[in-house]
Design a protein around this ligand. Structure first.
Ligand SMILES: NC(=O)c1ccc[n+]([C@@H]2O[C@H](COP(=O)([O-])OP(=O)(O)OC[C@H]3O[C@@H](n4cnc5c(N)ncnc54)[C@H](OP(=O)(O)O)[C@@H]3O)[C@@H](O)[C@H]2O)c1
Length: 314
């Protein structure tokens, strides 16, 4: 299976985690990504409680069978109360897979990912079930998000897991070792998420920016994570580099992540056509050596400050 190195992340088009969105605008953003050469679309059943999968299928139309759609399961919800909880039991995996196939209007999901550990289910149990579904032709490849490959390497090898997905950005690169281990020792592909640190690295926000409603930036705010002053200095670096190169800070942050040998693909969320095109076009730019070195240095200073810090992080 081949896919573009830049993937379109569908969390925002669910209409919840990044505030309300206009579905018509989301449909055009999906189309724009495809037109710009993106062939990897990362979604989850939980994004907008199924809504993001429906919008993605509609936005891609017939083209949905030509691309790699990567969806996830493992965060359940109560449709009435909207209460969410983690569940990766094999019984729920089967139900969730059928529901995603229906919403995505597919017979087979190209990449089906376990979203989070649930603290109860042994990973081997769910991978065994997903392996059965793969043999039955319901999915082509298995991925794991937010798991530690050092800890679960045995299961990853035993059940032929194809991808791991973890957060990774200029201000949060503490999973570099996990990605390196996954790629080099386990032979999996690595997918980086939150590459723009929830939009922070786009350079359009200021320390006094505020968010409202269900926007996740009201609760888990990258702006306030770790060393805020150092994070803002990274934004200033990005802005200066963007001015010099005639691109946007977001494109530089994406290109920097793509340049890391630990990273196979980056997943970037977009809410409209302009963001979608801009993000996809980062593939065509080159970072001058001095800018890349300054960003590497800044990232090194911030590594290990991520909010999903695993036990092996520096
Ligand atoms: N496996 C997991 O547990 C997991 C967790 C999180 C995410 N993901 C995946 O990774 C994808 C990316 O993560 P994310 O969407 O949470 O965060 P992200 O890519 O770091 O940030 C996305 C947000 O940044 C802003 N943005 C995007 N492009 C921009 C541009 N060119 N210029 C200015 N602002 C821009 C938009 O919000 P505003 O315009 O409102 O600022 C957008 O919603 C998700 O969509 C999802 O597919 C996976």
């Amino acid at each position: 299976m081949r896919a573009s190195r830049i993937g379109f992340g569908c969390a925002a088009i669910g209409g919840y985690d990044y505030g309300p969105v206009d579905d018509e605008v989301s449909l055009r953003a999906v189309e724009a990504a495809f037109d710009a050469g993106v062939t990897l679309f990362d979604v989850a059943d939980i994004y907008g409680l199924g809504h993001a999968e429906c919008i993605l299928a509609k936005g891609l139309g017939r083209r949905r069978k030509e691309v790699v759609i990567a969806t996830k399961f493992g965060v359940r919800w109560d449709a009435q109360t909207r209460h969410t909880f983690k569940d990766i039991s094999s019984g729920y995996a089967r139900k969730a897979l059928e529901a995603s196939l229906r919403r995505l209007r597919l017979d087979c999901i190209p990449l089906y990912q376990v979203h989070w550990p649930d603290g109860t289910t042994p990973i081997e149990d769910v991978l065994e079930e997903l392996d059965r579904c793969r043999k039955a032709g319901k999915l082509r490849a298995i991925g794991m998000c937010n798991f530690d490959p050092h800890k679960d390497g045995g299961a990853i090898a035993e059940f032929d897991v194809n991808t791991i997905q973890l957060p990774f950005s200029l201000i949060d690169s503490c999973h570099r070792a996990a990605f390196d281990y996954g790629r080099n020792r386990l032979g999996v592909r690595t997918l980086a998420y939150n590459v723009l640190a929830h939009g922070f690295l786009s350079g359009k926000y200021a320390p006094d920016s505020t968010f409202t409603g269900s926007d996740l930036r009201t609760r888990k705010n990258s702006f306030l994570q770790g060393d805020a002053d150092a994070n803002w200095r990274v934004v200033e670096l990005l802005k200066a580099a963007a001015d010099r190169l005639g691109v946007t800070p977001a494109q530089i942050a994406i290109r920097w992540a793509l340049n890391q040998s630990s990273v196979d693909c980056v997943l970037v969320g977009a809410k409209d056509v302009a963001q979608s095109r801009q993000n996809a076009n980062a593939i065509n730019m080159t970072l001058p050596v001095d800018i890349a070195a300054a960003l590497d240095e800044a990232a090194k200073g911030l590594a290990g400050r991520g909010y999903a810090k695993p036990s092996h992080a520096q």
